[in-house]
Design a protein around this ligand. Structure first.
Ligand SMILES: Nc1ncnc2c1ncn2[C@@H]1O[C@H](COP(=O)(O)OP(=O)(O)O)[C@@H](O)[C@H]1O
Ligand SMILES: [Mg+2]
Length: 308
């Protein structure tokens, strides 16, 4: 079996006039924390609902655990879902809410399983408070516990940190890491890249229903690291000068003309001068500083909503 446990091919969802998800391809490997980023209305929830088996695609394929789900819907049972407003009963305690879910799953030995889940998500087993009086963060923990009821292999979390305060965000982040360490693959969406930057290991950027970029955490951080970008005629020749004359080793050759230098202590003037002395003409040199949010906004226009 390959290590890809989710693969979607040309996945599309058309609602009357609106193509909410448009020919999306991606692969998720076992153990990934996969971040789906996109502005409001870009198709995140629709995409996640299809992967979770809540709605049918208009066209395209979903493969779960190396199987095309078209032929076997049982694979959806291995997905745990927190999508939009997963129902919780406000007038019941967390325990009672979980018990109702456990009954619907037909679980035996419910009490033990529920206590384990409450422990796992960090909610107090003996707390009889009605859920309506819970903080947003506690409600999200409960929703995650509900999503975990069927002991899923994959947990789909649609904007789980939306509306949480910084403390709540960092707690949910920690919970996601803890769950991931137990072997659960996680898909998490957000319209704020910064929120996911600390938790996801891979990202897809969704814009107007299309994946416009797939990027790993390392690549993303590298993109946003301070650097000096230079353009020369022959990058391979230039890096010899950088190394031998300037002692610069922390660089990346992007193509045969462009070099990114991460050792930003080196001055631009000094670099230009040394290269010129060695007959390498510098076409351009610039300092590049970008936050994660700028990176995201640059790719999604103004980053505003994509509702039309
Ligand atoms: N059931 C539906 N019927 C018609 N249009 C829908 C439906 N669900 C979502 N849409 C539209 O599809 C687009 C993507 O929505 P959604 O997947 O909810 O985006 P996101 O979760 O990224 O905010 C939006 O334009 C939305 O209005
Ligand atoms: Mg949504």
């Amino acid at each position: 079996m390959s290590s890809e446990i989710i693969e979607v091919k040309q996945l599309t969802k058309q609602f009357k006039l609106k193509k909410a998800v448009n020919n999306v391809d991606f692969k998720i490997r076992k153990g990934d924390i996969f971040g789906l980023i996109g502005p409001n209305g870009s198709g995140k929830s629709t995409l996640l609902k299809m992967i979770g088996g809540l709605i049918y695609p208009t066209s395209g394929e979903i493969h779960l655990f190396d199987n095309a789900v078209e032929r076997n819907h049982a694979y959806f049972e291995r997905m745990g879902l927190l999508i939009e407003d997963t129902g919780i009963f406000p007038h019941y305690s967390a325990y009672k809410n979980l018990d109702l879910t456990a009954i619907s799953y037909g679980l035996k030995n419910r009490k033990k399983h529920i206590h384990d889940l409450l422990d796992l998500v960090g909610l107090d087993k003996s707390n009889k408070t009605k859920v309506k009086n819970y903080s947003m963060g506690m409600k999200q923990r409960l929703r995650i516990a509900i999503a975990l009821m069927g002991s899923p292999d994959v947990l789909i979390l649609d904007e789980p940190i939306n509306g949480l305060d910084p403390q709540g965000i960092s707690e949910i982040r920690k919970l996601i890491w803890d769950l991931n360490k137990t072997g659960i693959t996680i898909i998490i969406s957000s319209h704020i890249l910064e929120e996911l930057s600390k938790v996801a290991t891979k990202y897809a950027i969704l814009y107007h229903g299309k994946v416009i970029e797939n990027i790993t955490k390392e690549e993303l951080l590298l993109q946003c690291e301070d650097r000096i970008e230079i353009e020369v005629d022959e990058a391979e020749m230039a890096v010899l000068i950088l190394e031998n004359h300037l002692g610069i080793y922390n660089y990346k050759v992007m193509d045969d003309r462009i070099i990114h230098i991460y050792d930003t202590a080196s001055g631009s003037q000094q670099i230009t001068k040394k290269l010129a002395e060695n007959n390498i003409y510098v076409h351009s040199i610039s300092k590049h500083k970008q936050t994660l949010e700028q990176y995201f906004l640059e790719r999604t226009g103004n980053g505003g909503e994509t509702h039309d």
